[in-house]
Design a protein around this ligand. Structure first.
Ligand code: AMP
Ligand code: ZN
Length: 119
């Protein structure tokens, strides 16, 4: 069923506390933690507690949670002192776009100059 925890999902395990993570913020519906392989001084992942494979699926099932994720991105940027200089929010969607964990997550990146277009 949509949203149910998946036994083989790394991010469901982080939500459950079965895999450790450096959690920076939590809400009723989301958890945010530092990426284990940071690509910028600020690199935080915001995920819904419920399992949805990608942003498109979450937008269909629970668009309100997608809105919370964007609000959390701003709070993370503010907490890391980069709201003024700017930050990037990325949803890699599909393996061709670089998605490797199929539990939707927003990358919040900043703290250095970010090139555009991305690679
Ligand atoms: P993506 O390639 O967009 O699916 O992003 C997955 C992200 O999860 C990558 O940036 C990884 O570095 C990150 N990641 C993988 N395992 C962990 C973990 N145990 N804790 C925190 N971040 C992780
Ligand atoms: Zn999951």
């Amino acid at each position: 069923m949509a949203g149910e925890p998946q036994a083989d999902c790394l991010f469901c395990k982080i939500v459950a506390g079965d895999v450790p993570a450096t959690v920076v913020r939590e809400t009723d519906t989301t958890v945010a933690f530092r990426d284990i392989n940071p690509q910028a001084p600020t690199h935080v992942l915001v995920i819904p507690r419920a399992h949805h494979p990608n942003a498109a699926a979450l937008a269909e099932a629970a668009p309100d949670v997608l809105a919370v994720m964007m609000r959390e991105a701003r709070e993370i940027a503010a907490g890391d002192g980069i709201e003024g200089t700017g930050y990037r929010v990325v949803f890699n969607t599909g393996s061709g776009a670089g998605q490797t964990v199929f539990h939707v997550h927003a990358h919040v990146l900043g703290g250095r100059g970010l090139e555009w277009p991305p690679g």
